[in-house]
Design a protein around this ligand. Structure first.
Ligand SMILES: Nc1nc2c(c(=O)[nH]1)N[C@H]1C(S)=C(S)[C@@H](COP(=O)(O)OP(=O)(O)OC[C@H]3O[C@@H](n4cnc5c(=O)[nH]c(N)nc54)[C@H](O)[C@@H]3O)O[C@H]1N2
Ligand SMILES: Nc1nc2c(c(=O)[nH]1)N[C@H]1C(S)=C(S)[C@@H](COP(=O)(O)OP(=O)(O)OC[C@H]3O[C@@H](n4cnc5c(=O)[nH]c(N)nc54)[C@H](O)[C@@H]3O)O[C@H]1N2
Ligand code: SF4
Ligand SMILES: [Mo]
Length: 867
């Protein structure tokens, strides 16, 4: 069968993929598309293992009303009726949509048109509010339009790349690899600004582990330095930038090197080194993401970066740009259609002339008059009973919104909740009155826009699972059932794309850069064969911006007060992502290979803090904030600053009783963008005490997992469950172990209990309980599941009688290579580059996502050898 050209389901890099479906219709061979400009054939670990996430396991296969199977006809009529009634009784602002940067542009366009143009409310917001709304607000303030003035080519052309609040090596791995390739070829400089030492720092010239939330002080300090040392591009500023009165005066005091170093808690020499690098390399790209956006001063932080680039003229030139990199595959498409409650459509806001224009174009009977509720406020309104019907599409707010506990209470109290998802059981679907099955990646058709404004096609290569339907189809059917048949008579994604393109150009006359009118009449075959293309070209290269006077604006921003930690909450909680998991794990959680990289949610902590709080590496800890608490596995890390904790965002009720980061985050938001400050919450930590620790390896899981801490991860032949609990371990074993031939051993003196269950001589489960430090290593045991010739003594010992060398924690998920194997090879064979390691062990030679980790092991070896 021929491969289908499509685009990766995950991050905003937007890599091209070639997918060849297998005969079973539930898996596919996946390789990078060598012709796609974003990745030229490369894929990261998540993209590489997409094929393992396509099975129908866990899929929602038909509509449900009140938990019972229903026909599409009934489900659509029911949703339309409930929304209509609510609107008739309480007005259009009593209903809402909460959508997602993981919808395709066509889905997004129809949802936005229905809410803003026909229901007549702007209560449609998206999870992009949690993701890059501060970047949007910053762009609007500085440029007059939300345009990202950068491309991946700029990363190739730059002499200096500054990564601010971005763990690129894990979150945008293919971009990271591209930067590293250009660095190897041309020796460009790399600076990473992040309180944590992440793998992104593995090959950096400079890492500034600044105090969290002090980025404005650093950027303003650099701007003041540039002013003092003559690095301001006066001609450019004169021609293209509007400077408010007093702007420069405000930078003349308190921005000397020492003040900046103190505010950021950095060595002055490091700050100076950064400033000198900036001064020496006019071709600078500053790439930023959640360390900047997810702050209660996110918009100011964005503008501090934009100010720097505008004042030094480092914008609109090859290799010189501020670059807000997007997280989700279609965060940019969502901006284009106006999916945020605060924008209208096609890069227009709610100014009267824009409202009028869009109203005429849509022939809208009831155009929304004003911006709608932003995500956090939207869910607050649901909780207060003002919003009475909500439709959630392609996002999991019961996990991902801040103060997720209160969000759940709001959903539980909401009279009518509709959820469109591909997966049946999510933490959010637990609250749904109606569930609508959406087609997933590989089954749906449409377009997405990546971080650099490149529009690519996603194409179907698999049949829809069960009765699943594309999101655009579901939304337009509900719109038609609500009475707007004519306006929603779309027959295909191509129909929708053409209308979207027509709106972008309708009476635009060069006012907005977003104009894809060239595709207003694209034919169906033209749409089907569309090649990846970038809109907006070299935006702002002519020094003209989308403001009335054509000039960009410097925005005065001040460093917020950071204050001292409170006695009750002595620590700061930082949250973020793991290399091999995607958000709430509904898809990456299906892959055994991706599950190997991090098998549990960890709380990373500095050794001295661990000591001070009585924690040991590998033990469990309770992390608490004023909002809530959850349990994590302790990981002592020299990459953490003192006083700071880091936890991942991925774990949900579906995988774990712990690691519930959503309940810890505060619902505090940036005043301009409404984006929550996810990266920074006051916290405390204490040991989580349990009478026993254990783990279960099983081909089928017991349900529910009856212990006070349990977290599961998929393995090749089943599951690994890490657990801790109180009470009699033998009674516990009885409850969780499946039927079958049982072998067991007990060492009462050490509190050790070991069990294995065999059926027809095949290992189906094994359970080990004891004090945690004495538990056997997992890898060998995991490999015994489903095997028939395992020996009883070996199983109970937890290791082979002729043990293979221990690999250590898996680093390379493509070739199953662990830290210990790598470290040994680096030391014994003197492998001093990632290429040499690749040649010797293959590690890092497939997707390359683990190269930064390998690089770090090489650096550690060099440091040890020299120190
Ligand atoms: N593997 C993987 N990749 C993903 C995703 C995923 O779930 N998994 N999700 C995608 C999405 S939607 C997004 S939005 C992106 C996010 O991509 P990133 O923004 O790169 O990811 P995060 O881990 O959220 O946070 C980045 C870094 O910000 C740092 N930070 C925290 N506070 C501060 C601060 O005050 N100042 C500075 N300078 N830095 C700070 C954190 O320590 C962290 O290392 O990733 C995308 N890619
Ligand atoms: N504490 C903390 N919280 C955070 C963050 C953080 O850094 N810290 N980051 C925030 C950010 S940047 C983001 S982007 C969010 C992400 O958070 P979410 O958007 O809640 O996470 P996902 O797991 O991506 O949810 C997507 C859902 O859509 C479903 N889905 C997938 N494809 C389709 C489709 O085609 N159609 C439909 N209808 N459904 C589909 C999936 O099964 C899944 O249930 O989390 C935010 N929350
Ligand atoms: S970098 Fe990885 S996750 Fe992102 S689009 Fe490319 S292959 Fe997909
Ligand atoms: Mo995101």
């Amino acid at each position: 069968m021929n491969a289908t050209r499509t685009t990766c389901a995950y991050c905003g890099v937007g890599c091209g993929v070639l997918a060849t479906p297998a005969a079973d219709g539930q898996s596919a061979a996946i390789v990078g598309d060598p012709e796609h400009p974003a990745n030229a054939g490369r894929l990261c670990s998540k993209g590489t293992h997409l094929g393992e996430t396509l099975s129908h396991e866990g899929r929602l296969l038909h509509p449900e009303i009140g938990g019972k199977r229903a026909s599409w006809e009934k489900a659509i009529a029911h949703v339309a009726r409930q929304f209509r009634r609510t609107i008739e009784q309480y007005g259009p602002d009593s209903v809402a949509f909460y959508v997602s940067g993981q919808l395709l542009t066509e889905d997004y366009y129809v949802a936005n048109k229905l809410m803003k143009g026909f229901i007549g409310s702007a209560n449609i917001d998206t999870n992009s509010r949690l993701c890059m709304s501060s970047a949007v607000a910053g762009h609007m303030r500085a440029f007059g339009e939300d345009v990202v003035p950068a491309s991946y080519d700029d990363l190739d052309a730059a002499d200096l790349i500054v990564l601010v609040g971005s763990n690129t090596a894990w979150c945008h791995p293919v971009i990271y690899q591209r930067m590293m390739a250009a660095r190897a070829a041309r020796g460009k400089k790399l600076v990473v600004i992040d309180p944590r030492r992440t793998e992104t720092c593995a090959d950096a010239d400079l890492h500034l582990a600044l105090r969290p939330g002090s980025d404005v002080a650093l950027m303003n300090g650099l701007l003041a330095f540039a002013m003092r040392e003559g690095h301001i591009d006066l001609d450019y500023v004169e021609r293209s930038v509007n400077v408010p009165d007093g702007f420069w005066d405000s930078l003349s005091e308190g921005h000397d090197l020492w003040s900046v170093a103190r505010a950021c808690d950095l060595p002055p020499a490091d700050v100076q080194a950064f400033f000198d690098l900036f001064a020496a390399h006019p071709r600078t790209v500053t790439m930023f993401s959640q360390g900047i956006n997810q702050s209660i001063r996110g918009t100011d932080q964005v503008n501090a970066i934009l100010n720097l680039h505008l004042a030094t003229g480092r914008i609109g030139k090859p290799g010189a740009a501020p670059f807000s990199i997007t997280g989700q595959p279609n965060a940019m498409g969502g901006r284009e259609v106006g999916g945020l409650a605060t924008t209208l459509a096609a890069h227009m806001d709610f100014a009267p002339e824009n409202r009028d224009l869009v109203r005429r174009f849509w022939a809208s009977p009831t155009m929304a008059a004003k911006p709608g509720l932003k995500a956090v406020d939207l869910f607050r309104s649901i909780g207060e009973g003002r919003v009475k019907a909500v439709w959630i599409m392609a996002t999991n707010p019961a996990v991902s919104l801040p103060d997720a506990g209160t969000v759940r209470e709001a959903l539980a109290a909401c009279p009518f909740v509709v959820v469109s998802d591909c997966i049946a059981n999510t933490d959010t679907s637990a609250y749904a009155h109606v569930m609508l099955p959406a087609t997933g990646w590989g089954e749906k058709d449409g377009t997405v826009t990546n971080s650099e404004r490149m529009i690519s096609r996603q194409r179907a290569f698999l049949p829809a699972a069960g009765e699943a339907r594309p999101d655009w189809w579901i939304i337009k059917e509900v719109a038609r059932a609500m009475g707007w048949r004519e306006a929603f008579s779309f027959d295909s994604p191509a129909d929708i794309y053409r209308e979207h393109a027509r709106l972008s150009t309708y009476q635009n006359a060069g006012k907005r850069v977003f104009d894809i009118g060239g595709h207003a009449a694209i034919s169906n075959p033209g749409y089907d064969t569309m090649q990846p293309w970038r809109w907006g070209g070299d935006a702002f290269a002519d020094g003209r911006f989308s403001t009335p006077d054509g000039k960009a604006r410097l925005v005065p921003v001040n460093q917020m007060e950071l204050g001292e930690p409170l006695r009750a909450w002595p620590l700061t909680l930082n949250t973020g992502r793991y290399r091999d998991q995607w958000h709430t794990m509904t898809r990456t959680g299906l892959s055994a290979r991706l599950g190997q990289h991090r098998q549990e949610p960890l709380v990373e902590i500095h050794a001295e803090d661990a000591l001070a709080h009585g924690l040991s590496d590998g033990g469990l800890a309770l992390v608490a904030t004023p909002q809530g608490s959850s349990v994590y596995r302790v990981c002592i890390s020299d990459g953490q600053r003192r006083g700071e904790l880091f936890v991942p965002i991925h774990w949900t009720d579906q995988q774990s009783t712990g690691g519930r980061t959503g309940v810890l985050a505060r619902a505090l938001t940036d005043p301009h963008s409404g984006q929550p400050g996810f990266k920074n919450a006051p916290a405390r930590i204490s040991p989580f005490v349990a009478e026993w620790h254990g783990f279960l390896i099983a081909s089928v899981l017991p349900d529910p997992l009856p212990s006070s801490y349990a977290t599961k991860v998929r393995t090749k032949a089943g599951w690994l469950v890490e657990m801790a609990g109180d009470g009699d371990p033998l009674a516990f074993a009885k409850r969780v172990l499946p039927r079958g031939g049982r072998i067991e051993s007990h060492d009462g003196a050490h509190g050790q209990h070991r069990f294995a269950i065999l059926r027809d001589g095949v290992v189906v489960a094994a359970l080990y309980i004891g004090p945690q430090k004495r538990l056997p290593r997992r890898e060998w045991l995991i490999a015994q599941l489903g095997i028939s010739e395992a020996s009883a003594t070996e199983l109970l010992a937890g290791r082979s009688a002729t043990p293979a060398p221990d690999r250590g924690a898996i680093v390379c998920s493509c070739f199953d290579i662990g830290t210990i194997t790598l470290t040994k090879a680096i030391t014994n064979q003197r492998l001093m580059t990632t290429e040499a390691v690749g040649a010797a062990l293959s590690a890092g030679t497939n997707c390359g996502s683990c190269k930064p980790a390998i690089q770090r092991l090489i650096m550690q070896h060099k440091e040890a050898a020299h120190g």
